[in-house]
Design a protein around this ligand. Structure first.
Ligand SMILES: Nc1ncnc2c1ncn2[C@@H]1O[C@H](COP(=O)(O)OP(=O)(O)OP(=O)(O)O)[C@@H](O)[C@H]1O
Length: 528
């Protein structure tokens, strides 16, 4: 203040003594005024500081939010921003946690559904099973023509194999599957194929289905046609004529259905290009991988060279060697098993009958037909010669009987199948040519006139009955030569819920493969 007054009064002589009181008063005023002004200025300063701070805080807040969003903060020391980042992090964590919780809930739902339908899966990240066919639309945008066809065909609920195999294939995953006979495996691979192919195209063969027999290719062709009604997919059945004469580059083909032999012939003639194939199905895969078909299968698999191809293997029996092949062949495949692997159908009542001799078999079948013939009946024999012999015996009895084996012409084979399907034939005598895959509706009884040559043959043969939830019956005749393999059948029977006498279960089990003993000829005529 002294400095201030000397500056104020510089150049003026001033009697400080005389005006001491005034000076004192004045000084007080000035100092009061000073302090007021200081107060004001400090208040203003404070206010403007506040304003500055508010502005800068707002700015920082804005910036802070922006930085947090970008995951980088320039105001590392700011408490506010730290909180903001924490909040953002907490939000993110809670979103993540909810996702995880929902994922776990979904896994639980999947596990419950799989347990309910006896489904066993292995593989990485297996897609959820289907709750209903409607999910084909909601989850996979299934075209309406297909849903309409499923409805018209009377398929209300997916079967267990369809519940799991369909989503796997629709996710673009490769798959090997084992499900009981008559459980709807055909639909399980045809449906996803039709969804994925979307529309007919003219750019070469896009899907291939391989089946071990001509009869089965014809049946699968018909199924594909029924399911693709209202959509003009070009579906071709590889006939003998096509495999020998056709040039597949000359006509469009979305789906080709063939036996390995016929397709290999066309590949060798260089008249079929499989390099664009997107889907390859090996139906009855264990049969296809048997040594006699191996070369043909191998050449088809090699010809299907599209790196993004989706391959799938289906059968009611899946031996370990096929699983190994599948694992070698496929990428990131999912394994789907319904029930237990290699099981006989639970809906077939199974019986074993000791006939003593060949003559005993003939008597037993005649007696059984005389007592209660409940057509349609399928009778299996181990060779075409024996099938012809039995036909020769029964053809003159008063029952409508027919025979099917590989010595017949294509037309004769087709007629035999058609007549049996139409109910014109009551008893169809057959070799294993119709043991796999054939879906003869409502076969009441399968008779193993000759003991099957393997566990797989037993499972597939008796599986011609008791299909799609129906019940059926299977009778297996056995003679002395077959006794070493009785235990194997007994085990299959017990595993599928049939009652088995305890003495049978106490027998020893023997390796059972290609058991086709030389048997006496079937004849009631006396030897000349
Ligand atoms: N979802 C479904 N609901 C009712 N019936 C069905 C369903 N899916 C398929 N079917 C019917 O079940 C029957 C058996 O189907 P399919 O021939 O595909 O069996 P599979 O499992 O391939 O038998 P196999 O092992 O003997 O070849 C067919 O008549 C088919 O029409």
């Amino acid at each position: 203040m002294a400095n201030d007054s000397s500056f104020l009064f510089s150049g003026i002589r001033f009697d400080r003594k005389k005006f001491g009181a005034d000076i004192a008063r004045f000084q007080k005023k000035v100092s009061d005024a000073d302090s007021d002004s200081a107060k004001i200025s400090s208040a203003v300063e404070e206010e403007s500081e506040k304003t500055r701070e508010t502005a800068s805080t707002k700015k920082r807040k804005r910036k802070g939010t922006k930085e947090a969003v970008e995951g980088f903060s320039v105001f590392r020391n700011s408490t506010y921003v730290a909180q903001s980042n924490d909040e953002v992090r907490a939000d993110e964590e809670s979103v993540e946690l909810n996702k995880k919780k929902e994922h776990n809930r979904q896994l639980e739902r999947d596990a419950i559904l799989r347990k309910k339908h006896n489904l066993h899966v292995s593989g990485y990240n297996v897609p959820s099973p289907l709750q209903s066919f409607d999910e084909l639309k909601s989850r996979y945008n299934c075209p309406s023509f297909l849903l309409r066809n499923l409805k018209e065909l009377g398929f209300k609920e997916p079967t267990p194999i369809q519940r799991q195999a369909m989503p796997v294939l629709l996710h673009g995953r490769e798959c090997f599957a084992c499900a009981p006979t008559g459980s709807g495996k055909t639909l399980a691979f045809v449906c996803p194929m039709l969804v994925k192919l979307k529309d007919p195209e003219k750019d070469g063969i896009r899907a291939v289905i391989l089946c071990p027999t001509r009869e089965l290719t014809a049946q699968t062709y018909r199924e594909c046609k029924k399911l693709s009604k209202r959509k003009k997919f070009r579906i071709k059945l590889m006939t003998k004529h096509l495999s020998r004469n056709a040039d597949f580059s000359k006509f469009p083909c979305d789906i080709l259905i063939s036996t390995p032999l016929r397709l290999r012939l066309a590949i060798k003639r260089k008249k079929v290009d499989l390099s664009r194939v997107e889907y390859l199905v090996l139906d009855e895969s264990d049969k296809l991988f048997e040594p006699e078909l191996f070369k043909q299968i191998d050449s088809v698999i090699k010809a299907c060279s599209n790196p993004s191809i989706i391959r799938s293997l289906f059968s009611a029996t899946l031996p370990d060697f096929v699983e190994e092949r599948a694992r070698e062949l496929m990428h990131d495949a999912v394994r789907v098993i319904v029930g237990r692997k290699n099981m006989a159908s639970e809906t077939v009542k199974q019986k074993l009958i000791f006939t003593g001799s060949e003559e005993g078999k003939l008597l037993a079948i005649r007696q059984s037909f005389a007592e209660s013939l409940n057509p349609p009946v399928l009778v299996f024999l181990q060779s075409k010669e024996r099938a012809k012999e039995l036909y020769g015996e029964l053809a003159f009895d008063s029952i409508r009987v027919d025979v099917i084996h590989s010595d017949l012409t294509q037309e004769q084979r087709e007629n035999a199948v058609d007549n049996f399907r139409a109910g014109k034939t009551w008893v169809l005598i057959a070799t294993d040519v119709v043991a796999r895959g054939m879906d003869f509706k409502g076969v009441n009884c399968v008779i193993n006139y000759d003991f099957p040559d393997s566990a797989a043959a037993y499972v597939h043969r008796i599986g011609r009955s008791g299909r799609a939830g129906r019940t059926g019956e299977a009778i297996t005749f056995y003679t002395e030569e077959d006794i070493p393999f009785l235990k194997n059948v007994a085990n299959l029977m017990a595993a599928s819920g049939c009652e088995v006498p305890s003495w049978l279960m106490e027998l020893r089990k023997k390796k059972w493969k290609k058991h086709r003993p030389k048997r006496e000829s079937i004849s009631t005529k006396p030897d000349l």
